[in-house]
Design a protein around this ligand. Structure first.
Ligand SMILES: Nc1ncnc2c1ncn2[C@@H]1O[C@H](COP(=O)(O)OP(=O)(O)OP(=O)(O)O)[C@@H](O)[C@H]1O
Ligand SMILES: [Mg+2]
Length: 404
């Protein structure tokens, strides 16, 4: 059995390489200076006794939207405390709430907790109109200026009732400003025109990080997370990074691999963390390029397996048919051959058979998810075209995914 007592020459504080905001939250985001300065402007009326503007913040996943809004509102709260201004911010995570009704229940709970401390339950069995009244009543009790952050607000889908009601609410003793955050561009354009113009009074777009941004983000994290790693110069940028436990290629490679995909900082941090874990596992005294490449391929393998696990039963059986052909070295295979194998498998496991056309659709879906590759060939002069399919992933991986 392996011992847990691994030497920790590489790592100082491993939790810094966790992208989870509960574990580690950066204290500055220089790559988001422009976006945060727009947010600063939108919130600034508070400092003049006014109501801050509503904002809609949007941009792809892992771009520092949540952490940026948290930093900015915390800064404003500090200012308010020092200057005796009555300001409250409430952060609500809408993820998992699939309708306005669920968001309203969450809101009642979260706002009550701001007033009375943790331990409130979500109200049960009320109509949504009553829930709106409860929310407004709670906000009125808090009073002063209230900034309500609705993070991952796209969870409500098409049902923007809660936004409609909140954006036109009026109070006697409170001023309310809403900050909606979303990574779903479609959500923004699908919003009801009224809601969009009120909520999107100020719109702030977080565009994807470049490889250079990601290098700096990773460099700052590694200085805190790893031993023998520091900035050799005033500026905390990758070019000034000096490390004995990380070779020069590691950060540029991790950043480049993540920038290629989506420029997602969360993904970049996760990749570096995985590479670090692999180095620790080997008891290596340095993280090297190979650790990053191998981490990337393991993460992809896990994602592919997860993709197979979450496929529907008919698509899984279609995949078994292709895997079966591949195991007999009969791939790429045509639809007719695969359909024959599919029917045999359906008989064996007592599953209702789809028609050949529907089966072909399942194959195409799998090709769309990059689990299969599809090719079109001519059958010969004047005989039309035929499609063939093959696994685009390794056979063992397909079998592992199917077994799970
Ligand atoms: N400029 C940055 N500097 C340091 N860390 C950052 C920066 N931007 C993002 N991060 C880190 O990347 C991770 C993802 O950031 P965040 O949760 O704010 O993304 P998001 O834009 O809200 O994504 P989602 O749309 O998925 O909610 C967090 O761990 C955060 O600390
Ligand atoms: Mg977020």
């Amino acid at each position: 059995m392996e011992s847990f007592e691994a030497p920790t020459t590489i790592v100082d504080d491993i939790d810094v390489l966790k992208p989870d905001p509960q574990t580690y939250r950066p204290t500055e985001l220089p790559e988001r200076e422009d976006e945060l300065s727009e947010l600063h402007m939108a919130l600034r009326p508070v400092t003049m006794g006014g109501t801050p503007h509503n904002c809609l913040i949007y941009g792809p996943t892992g771009q520092g939207k949540t952490v940026g809004v948290e930093l900015k509102t915390a800064q404003l709260e500090n200012w308010a405390e020092e200057n005796d201004v009555d300001l409250t911010t409430v952060h609500v995570r809408c993820k998992g709430c699939d309708s306005s009704y669920h968001v309203l229940r969450q809101l009642v709970k979260d706002i009550r907790e701001v007033r009375r401390g943790p331990g409130e339950d979500k109200p049960m069995g009320y109509q949504r109109k009553t829930l709106v009244e409860m929310v407004l009543e709670e906000l009125e009790k808090i009073g002063g200026t209230i900034i309500l952050v609705l993070d991952e607000v796209d969870a409500i889908g098409d049902d923007d009732y809660v936004l409609y009601e909140l954006s036109r609410a009026e109070f006697e003793h409170a001023k309310l400003s809403l900050i909606g955050i979303t990574n779903d561009l479609q959500f923004r354009s699908n919003l009801d025109a009224d809601v969009r113009s009120t909520l999107g009074e100020r719109e702030i777009h977080f565009s994807p990080y470049t490889a250079g941004d990601l290098q700096n983000i990773l460099a700052r994290r590694t200085v805190e997370a790893l031993n023998e790693t520091y900035f050799d110069g005033d500026e905390e940028v990758y070019q000034n990074l000096d490390s004995d436990v990380l070779t020069n290629e590691v950060i540029p490679l991790t950043a480049a691999l993540s920038a290629q995909d989506t420029g997602d900082a969360r993904q970049a941090i996760r990749l570096l963390r995985y590479a670090c874990d692999l180095a620790l596992e080997e008891e290596a005294d340095q993280i090297v390029e190979e650790h990053v490449r191998s981490a990337k391929s393991r993460i992809e393998t896990q994602a592919t397996k997860q993709g197979i696990v979450s496929e529907t039963i008919q698509r899984k059986v279609a995949l078994i048919a292709v895997a079966n052909a591949a195991s007999e070295d009969e791939t790429p295979a045509g639809t007719t051959d695969l359909y024959r194998r599919y029917c045999r498998i359906c008989n064996q496991i007592d599953l209702e058979k789809n028609s050949q056309n529907t089966f072909r659709e399942k194959l195409n879906d799998l090709a769309h998810s990059n689990i299969l590759v599809k090719n079109r060939h001519g059958r010969g002069r004047g005989k039309g075209m035929t499609n063939t399919y093959d696994l685009s992933i390794n056979l063992d991986l397909a079998i592992e995914g199917l077994e799970e």
